[in-house]
Design a protein around this ligand. Sequence first.
Ligand code: ATP
Ligand code: LTN
Length: 334
Amino acid sequence: MDNVKKTVFSGVQPTGRITLGNYLGAIRNWSPLQDEYNCLYCIVDLHSLTVKQVPAELRKNTMELVALYIACGIDPSKSALFIQSHVHEHAELCWILDTIAYIGELNRMTQFKDKSRKHADNINMGLMNYPVLMASDILLYNAQLVPIGKDQTQHLELARDLAIRFNGRYSDTFAVPEALMFKSGSSIKSLQDPSAKMSKSDTNENAVVSLLDDKDAIVRKFKRAVTDCDTEVRFAEDKPAISNLLNIYSLCSGESIADAEKRFAGRGYGDFKLAVADSVIAVIEPIQAEQKRLVADKAYLESVLKQGAEQAERIARKTLDKVYRKVGLVGRIR
Ligand code: ATP
Ligand code: LTN
């Protein structure tokens, strides 16, 4: 990897249907970074174990997500594309960072509180430790930039705190990462409740557009999307539902929100919703076709993952050796 370029790290959990929110808020923004930065894009499978998974489905979702990354423009010859559990240093650094992370700060995390509420029968240690593992992902590679959606800012803040704390206690070791946020896509809302984010784990089918939904499903979901009380297609704080749809339309069609407002002035919600659906279909269809082709080519995906893990491991090993030395562990003679 190029030493002059800054390093970018990001990841998504293979927890099921990747949503339009994941795509517009995260994955879509990754491919344009590949020339300017050293990029590592990870499938964070260890994170997904913090909520119950069906093992066979997790395996399937993981390979589908690898294919989806590539279909969304991640080029394995430019970026390291790998699976988190293939590089065991992630879990090892997590242990070290656990020893400087405070229970109080983890207990305050919004996502931990939300997920504890949602999975009250399974508030496991991993769920609480989730942000420390995320910090390990980032700090292992000294990533300076981390493209994420708005919901992850608190976790990134913790990664920064842990880097600063470790550096303060043991001397300069980690780069302090910064979030890279893309304003308009950073928070795509549920189609059924514009006060909530569109989330993979939403149990209401109609709330979420999956990147793997077919045309009919997409049209149906936008037709059923909730709207605000008047009939005007206008972006405004008091019109969260239509603003969300305008945002999605603008991101998918490339037309500015102001131009879209003009185009749909006086035309009512019906027409507008169909146009939003069409703009989403136009973006999603080519990705789906490419993903389908790639999923069938297991040998290629495996070769990408092998190469990605090797690239990542080289960097991760160096960082972890340094960390072990700094905290006072005796290095193993090889
Ligand atoms: P889950 O519902 O299982 O918690 P999720 O949909 O929140 O999953 P993650 O795998 O946790 O998805 O997130 C992957 C990336 O997608 C993160 O960078 C996150 O910020 C971004 N993201 C998730 N949901 C949205 C959304 N609605 N709008 C914009 N970005 C999002
Ligand atoms: N928690 C993240 C996924 C994630 C991540 C990371 C994102 C795990 N490790 C490192 C960026 C960098 C989420 O999006 N839910």
